[in-house]
Design a protein around this ligand. Structure first.
Ligand SMILES: CC(C)(COP(=O)(O)OP(=O)(O)OC[C@H]1O[C@@H](n2cnc3c(N)ncnc32)[C@H](O)[C@@H]1OP(=O)(O)O)[C@@H](O)C(=O)NCCC(=O)NCCS
Length: 147
Protein backbone atom coordinates (compact mmCIF):
# COMPACT_ATOMS: atom_id res chain seq x y z
CA UNK A 1 0.00 0.00 0.00
CA UNK A 2 1.45 3.33 -1.05
CA UNK A 3 0.86 6.16 1.43
CA UNK A 4 1.49 9.71 0.27
CA UNK A 5 1.96 12.54 2.73
CA UNK A 6 1.39 16.21 1.92
CA UNK A 7 0.25 19.48 3.45
CA UNK A 8 -3.55 19.81 3.47
CA UNK A 9 -5.58 22.49 1.69
CA UNK A 10 -9.11 23.71 2.39
CA UNK A 11 -10.33 21.25 -0.27
CA UNK A 12 -9.43 18.38 2.12
CA UNK A 13 -11.54 19.74 5.00
CA UNK A 14 -14.64 17.65 4.11
CA UNK A 15 -12.72 14.34 4.03
CA UNK A 16 -10.85 15.23 7.22
CA UNK A 17 -14.13 16.04 8.92
CA UNK A 18 -15.57 12.64 7.88
CA UNK A 19 -12.63 10.88 9.56
CA UNK A 20 -12.97 13.18 12.57
CA UNK A 21 -16.65 12.22 12.94
CA UNK A 22 -15.83 8.51 12.79
CA UNK A 23 -12.94 8.86 15.24
CA UNK A 24 -14.18 10.96 18.13
CA UNK A 25 -17.22 10.94 20.37
CA UNK A 26 -16.96 14.74 20.42
CA UNK A 27 -15.65 15.71 16.96
CA UNK A 28 -14.47 19.22 16.21
CA UNK A 29 -17.10 21.06 14.15
CA UNK A 30 -16.52 21.26 10.40
CA UNK A 31 -15.77 24.99 10.58
CA UNK A 32 -13.05 24.41 13.17
CA UNK A 33 -11.43 21.80 10.92
CA UNK A 34 -11.73 24.14 7.93
CA UNK A 35 -10.04 26.98 9.78
CA UNK A 36 -7.28 24.75 11.20
CA UNK A 37 -6.52 23.37 7.74
CA UNK A 38 -6.49 26.84 6.22
CA UNK A 39 -4.46 28.57 8.94
CA UNK A 40 -1.98 25.79 9.68
CA UNK A 41 -1.51 24.05 6.35
CA UNK A 42 2.28 24.45 6.38
CA UNK A 43 2.62 22.69 9.75
CA UNK A 44 0.00 19.98 9.12
CA UNK A 45 -0.09 16.75 7.12
CA UNK A 46 -2.61 14.47 5.48
CA UNK A 47 -1.99 10.86 4.49
CA UNK A 48 -3.46 9.78 1.16
CA UNK A 49 -4.01 6.31 -0.26
CA UNK A 50 -5.16 6.07 -3.86
CA UNK A 51 -6.08 9.75 -3.89
CA UNK A 52 -8.25 9.45 -0.77
CA UNK A 53 -7.43 11.15 2.53
CA UNK A 54 -7.11 8.41 5.18
CA UNK A 55 -5.50 10.27 8.05
CA UNK A 56 -4.32 13.66 9.28
CA UNK A 57 -2.16 15.44 11.80
CA UNK A 58 -3.17 19.07 12.27
CA UNK A 59 -0.65 21.19 14.15
CA UNK A 60 -0.02 24.87 14.84
CA UNK A 61 3.20 26.78 15.43
CA UNK A 62 3.26 28.42 18.86
CA UNK A 63 5.56 30.85 20.64
CA UNK A 64 8.85 29.45 21.93
CA UNK A 65 9.51 27.44 18.77
CA UNK A 66 6.90 24.89 19.73
CA UNK A 67 4.53 22.88 17.59
CA UNK A 68 1.12 22.14 19.08
CA UNK A 69 -0.48 18.96 17.76
CA UNK A 70 -4.15 19.89 17.58
CA UNK A 71 -5.58 16.68 16.21
CA UNK A 72 -4.52 13.30 14.90
CA UNK A 73 -6.74 10.57 13.46
CA UNK A 74 -6.67 7.72 10.97
CA UNK A 75 -9.76 6.42 9.17
CA UNK A 76 -11.02 3.27 10.99
CA UNK A 77 -10.51 1.14 7.84
CA UNK A 78 -6.83 2.12 7.73
CA UNK A 79 -5.77 1.74 11.36
CA UNK A 80 -2.97 -0.52 12.63
CA UNK A 81 -1.11 -0.12 9.34
CA UNK A 82 1.50 2.33 10.60
CA UNK A 83 -0.16 5.48 9.23
CA UNK A 84 -0.50 7.22 12.61
CA UNK A 85 3.16 6.56 13.31
CA UNK A 86 4.16 7.74 9.83
CA UNK A 87 2.18 10.99 10.27
CA UNK A 88 3.85 11.71 13.62
CA UNK A 89 7.35 10.87 12.41
CA UNK A 90 6.90 13.04 9.32
CA UNK A 91 5.48 15.88 11.39
CA UNK A 92 8.59 15.72 13.54
CA UNK A 93 10.85 15.98 10.47
CA UNK A 94 8.79 18.90 9.20
CA UNK A 95 9.10 20.64 12.60
CA UNK A 96 12.84 20.05 12.62
CA UNK A 97 13.19 21.61 9.15
CA UNK A 98 11.36 24.67 10.45
CA UNK A 99 13.76 25.00 13.38
CA UNK A 100 11.16 24.09 16.00
CA UNK A 101 12.35 22.59 19.29
CA UNK A 102 9.39 20.79 20.77
CA UNK A 103 6.09 19.13 19.89
CA UNK A 104 3.36 19.00 22.51
CA UNK A 105 -0.19 17.76 22.65
CA UNK A 106 -3.12 17.05 24.92
CA UNK A 107 -4.71 13.61 24.97
CA UNK A 108 -7.76 12.37 26.86
CA UNK A 109 -6.59 10.67 30.01
CA UNK A 110 -8.28 7.36 29.11
CA UNK A 111 -7.26 7.24 25.43
CA UNK A 112 -4.85 4.33 25.92
CA UNK A 113 -4.34 3.68 22.19
CA UNK A 114 -3.20 7.23 21.46
CA UNK A 115 -1.08 7.42 24.61
CA UNK A 116 0.70 4.18 23.69
CA UNK A 117 1.43 5.51 20.20
CA UNK A 118 2.84 8.77 21.59
CA UNK A 119 4.95 6.95 24.19
CA UNK A 120 6.31 4.58 21.57
CA UNK A 121 7.50 7.61 19.62
CA UNK A 122 9.25 9.18 22.60
CA UNK A 123 6.64 11.59 23.96
CA UNK A 124 6.68 11.93 27.73
CA UNK A 125 3.89 12.91 30.09
CA UNK A 126 4.42 16.44 31.34
CA UNK A 127 1.25 17.10 33.29
CA UNK A 128 -2.46 16.69 33.68
CA UNK A 129 -5.13 19.32 33.08
CA UNK A 130 -8.26 18.67 35.07
CA UNK A 131 -11.52 18.97 33.09
CA UNK A 132 -9.66 20.25 30.05
CA UNK A 133 -12.35 19.07 27.66
CA UNK A 134 -15.80 20.72 27.59
CA UNK A 135 -17.36 17.31 28.35
CA UNK A 136 -15.46 17.16 31.65
CA UNK A 137 -12.64 14.72 30.87
CA UNK A 138 -9.06 15.36 32.01
CA UNK A 139 -6.18 15.76 29.58
CA UNK A 140 -2.63 14.49 29.78
CA UNK A 141 -0.06 16.86 28.28
CA UNK A 142 2.68 15.05 26.41
CA UNK A 143 5.88 16.54 25.04
CA UNK A 144 8.71 15.53 22.76
CA UNK A 145 11.88 17.58 22.45
CA UNK A 146 13.35 17.61 18.98
CA UNK A 147 16.79 18.81 18.02
C1 LIG B 1 -4.48 6.84 17.54
C2 LIG B 1 -4.52 6.54 16.03
C3 LIG B 1 -4.30 7.84 15.27
C4 LIG B 1 -3.41 5.54 15.70
O1 LIG B 1 -3.34 5.42 14.29
P1 LIG B 1 -2.85 4.07 13.58
O2 LIG B 1 -2.53 4.41 12.18
O3 LIG B 1 -3.84 2.98 13.81
O4 LIG B 1 -1.53 3.75 14.41
P2 LIG B 1 -0.28 2.88 13.91
O5 LIG B 1 -0.74 1.75 13.05
O6 LIG B 1 0.74 3.79 13.35
O7 LIG B 1 0.22 2.28 15.30
C5 LIG B 1 1.43 2.66 15.89
C6 LIG B 1 1.47 2.13 17.31
O8 LIG B 1 0.42 2.71 18.12
C7 LIG B 1 -0.06 1.73 19.05
N1 LIG B 1 -1.44 1.34 18.70
C8 LIG B 1 -2.15 1.73 17.61
N2 LIG B 1 -3.39 1.21 17.65
C9 LIG B 1 -3.47 0.47 18.76
C10 LIG B 1 -4.51 -0.31 19.35
N3 LIG B 1 -5.72 -0.41 18.78
N4 LIG B 1 -4.25 -0.91 20.55
C11 LIG B 1 -3.05 -0.79 21.14
N5 LIG B 1 -2.02 -0.07 20.62
C12 LIG B 1 -2.22 0.56 19.46
C13 LIG B 1 0.83 0.51 18.88
O9 LIG B 1 1.93 0.71 19.75
C14 LIG B 1 1.23 0.65 17.44
O10 LIG B 1 2.42 -0.02 17.11
P3 LIG B 1 2.34 -1.54 16.57
O11 LIG B 1 1.30 -1.58 15.48
O12 LIG B 1 3.73 -1.78 16.09
O13 LIG B 1 1.94 -2.35 17.76
C15 LIG B 1 -5.88 5.89 15.62
O14 LIG B 1 -6.14 4.78 16.46
C16 LIG B 1 -7.06 6.84 15.70
O15 LIG B 1 -7.36 7.57 14.76
N6 LIG B 1 -7.77 6.83 16.85
C17 LIG B 1 -8.96 7.68 17.06
C18 LIG B 1 -8.59 9.13 17.17
C19 LIG B 1 -7.63 9.41 18.32
O16 LIG B 1 -7.78 8.90 19.42
N7 LIG B 1 -6.66 10.30 18.05
C20 LIG B 1 -5.69 10.76 19.03
C21 LIG B 1 -6.17 12.04 19.62
S1 LIG B 1 -5.05 12.68 20.83
Amino acid sequence: MKVKLRNPTFVDARQIYEIERRSFEHPHPFLVILSEVTLHSDTSLVAEVGGRVVGYALAAKEVGRKLHLLNLAVHPDYRRMGIGKLLLQSLEKLAKRKGLKEIYLEVEEDNEVAKSLYKKLGYVEKGRIKEYYPWGKNAIVMVKKIS
